[in-house]
Design a protein around this ligand. Structure first.
Ligand code: SF4
Length: 344
């Protein structure tokens, strides 16, 4: 595991985020929010993209619900829309803006961040890179545009294995920022990699000992887990995969009961697409060692849940808050993103 270096000057301008003026922020009383959002979407010629970790109401009104890879593709291919309302977190909306620069990209809550993206600031990565110029840097998509701009490849949990296997054997690899996904990829591919010490505050909350106890009480249940989980959890899983792979597994696997070790928002789509299946939420660690900033009692991402229907309405009404990225930075971040998307 590498030691994240101290901060030095960012070689790129930081992304410009346009603040949302609070004087425009009131939702009119008595309004039918769902109806108003549908109407505004038409008026703005907007497409609403939502991540599986959004609250159920937002997923239900979205034009498309998916994981990071699917949403990136949808943003890139949203040729006819003028506006992308991105219901996810900041790095996802930034990726959408990189891929669709001619669109207005709005994020209902600009403060919707991510512990992984925060773990690898561009200044620290630039310093590491300066000291290790001979490394190929692979970044999980959960990074800011300024961090992506310093990397050679981007990957998501859906295609990370494919990306690592595409890199010639003689290249040394630094994987940022998720040490658990990196560790999982080392085991899957046999490839030696340096790992950045970041983690997801939600997936780190799962407690392997308690999960094993739950499995004992539900012997027919299959544990399915996202690779952002700690190795101690993954080693007990019958299936490990990205959010959309977990969804597919629940739909197609003959088992009737599953313990779903990822953010609980995915349960909404799982219940819709696999109505007969029993879905259990794994126990989380709520003691003093629980991951900082996570929900005290559940596997809910506090960043994802900053977006609400009210904020979606306001964002569509005011076309704020917007994601703006300087062109030099956008092009630099786009290069590794497109490299990933062009991988067959
Ligand atoms: S669930 Fe974890 S990885 Fe996803 S946005 Fe929240 S903190 Fe980031």
């Amino acid at each position: 595991m590498v030691n994240a270096p101290s901060l030095v000057t960012n070689p790129f301008s930081p992304p410009l985020a346009v603040p949302h003026d609070p004087k425009f922020c009131a939702v009119p009383p008595g309004i039918d929010l769902l109806e108003a959002i549908v109407q505004l979407k038409k008026e703005r010629n907007a497409i609403l993209l939502a991540h599986y970790y959004q609250e159920g109401d937002i997923q239900d009104i979205a034009d498309f619900v998916g994981d990071s890879l699917e949403l990136s593709r949808r943003a890139r291919d949203a040729k006819d829309a003028s506006v992308i309302c991105f219901c996810g977190v900041h790095f996802m909306a930034e990726s959408a803006k990189c891929l669709a620069p001619d669109k207005i990209v709005i994020l209902p809550d600009l403060e919707a961040g991510c512990s992984l993206a925060e773990a690898c600031p561009p200044e620290a990565l630039a310093e590491w890179k300066r000291r290790h110029p001979d490394y190929t840097i692979v970044a999980y998509i959960n990074t800011s545009a300024a961090t992506k701009a310093l990397c050679d490849w981007i990957c998501t949990s859906s295609n990370a294995e494919k990306v690592i296997r595409a890199i010639p054997e003689n290249e040394k690899i630094l994987f940022v920022p998720d040490r658990h996904l990196g560790d999982y990829l080392i085991k899957k591919t046999g490839r030696k990699m340096e790992l950045w010490p970041g983690s997801c505050i939600v997936h780190e909350t799962f407690n392997a000992r308690k999960i094993v106890a739950l499995k004992t009480r539900h012997p027919g249940a299959k544990l399915i887990a996202h690779p952002e989980c700690d190795a101690s959890v993954l080693e007990h899983a019958e299936f490990v995969g990205s959010t959309s792979k977990l969804l597919e597994f629940v739909i197609t696997d003959p088992a009737a009961e599953f313990i779903v070790a990822t953010e609980r928002g995915i349960l909404h789509e799982m219940r819709k697409r696999a109505p007969g299946k029993i879905l259990l939420e794994p126990p989380v660690d709520t003691g003093p060692d629980a991951a900082k900033g996570a929900c005290a009692s559940c596997n809910e991402c506090p960043h994802m849940r900053r977006n609400t229907l009210e904020k979606v309405y306001l964002a569509l009404r005011d076309l704020q808050p917007r994601i703006e990225i300087g062109e030099e930075l956008r092009l630099a971040a786009l290069r590794p993103l497109e490299r990933m998307l062009s991988l067959k």
